[in-house]
Write a protein that binds this ligand. Sequence first.
Ligand SMILES: C=C(O[C@H]1C=CC=C(C(=O)O)[C@@H]1O)C(=O)O
Length: 415
Amino acid sequence: MKPAVDSPPPLTVRTVPVPDPGDLPARLPHPDALAWIHHGEGIVAWGQAARTTIPGGPDRFTRARAWLDDLFTTAHIDDPLGLPGTGPVAFGSFTFDPAAPGSVLIVPRHILGRRDGHAWLTTIGEPTGDPLTLAHPPTPPTGLRWSDGTLTAPAWQHAVATAVQRIRHGRLGKTVLARDLTVQAAQPIDPRVLLDRLTTRYPACFTFAVDGLIGATPELLIRRTGDHIDSLVLAGTLPRGATPADDHARAQRLLNSPKDRREHAYAADMVRDALTPLCADLHVPHQPEILTLPNVIHLASPVHGTLDKERSVLDVLAALHPTPAVCGTPTGPALDLIRELEAMDRGRYAGPVGWIDATGDGEWGIALRCAELDPADPTRARLFAGCGIVADSDPAAELAEAQAKFRPMREALQG
Ligand SMILES: C=C(O[C@H]1C=CC=C(C(=O)O)[C@@H]1O)C(=O)O
């Protein structure tokens, strides 16, 4: 069965080179923004030429791919640049829980991109005047009121303590527990303000916006460029220190912490196991390195490989999600424990988020450090943060880590 879709007529797609557009979020003409930006480069987009929602189920990535193949293979494409992200593109965001509905793919009407000295504008369907002149300055959110989400901080610490007990006495090595916060603003929250603040403050992260899910994730799940793939596995975290010397000491502590190294190894090993059958060669470092962000320090393993045959970025993504960075090890029992102890619907938090073009190239992150606007009331949003839990995790330290992971989005909202 195919996903529930409108069946659009064949797409007409035209990509043209444009002068350097400068700051990408500043070019978005209205709040209904799509974005993927890293170190100031990437794509922003608006309008909808086609859209599908994908039900939960083990075949959801295959369904997504089938829908895109139909759309892109029948499209009339004029793309003199032929770069990753030129021609037609779909933005996507999948729910964390494979059984949950709510995953979405959107093919925008207008895509503005900048990469490696090239800039382009892609228009899908009939041109609608000059979309680059439509920008209106967005208004920052005001009157913010914060509340606990599903669990209070003490209740969440209790859930962490329960997870630790289950891990010590069961066959589970690791799980990942998240909590949510809610925020209420006086007016609808404009994603462009959040994108602007996140790209400025977290340039090394992948800043994204897809259908009201906005964030800046440091974790690259998979990038495909031709037959080359990259991934950045993260797990093991400390909040930033107060001084450079303190940061240095914390980085050493992280590298030498058996608890954090174990937490990281679960994630890196799973990514290696999932990618090995898809690759002609694969490099996963033996030791993690340190990634320092403005709010936290992570253990990080950059992974690179060459695919053994033609595979879309979605095929690779299907083999990876959910990794132990957001779920645990083994996957099934870890997922069951998350469903039981978090007592909330993660929605698209911790799911894959990114873009794919007609050649199968694309970049997908794990949707972390993010907020989801309430589709029924855009003055409201839910923020999420989670932590890997292993046998020797300390609930108070995990709470402090989660607070540090909320910071990018809290501050993007607060100014
Ligand atoms: C689940 C989150 O982070 C994951 C990614 C990096 C480090 C993590 C950790 O050290 O716990 C988490 O596995 C989150 O930010 O909500």
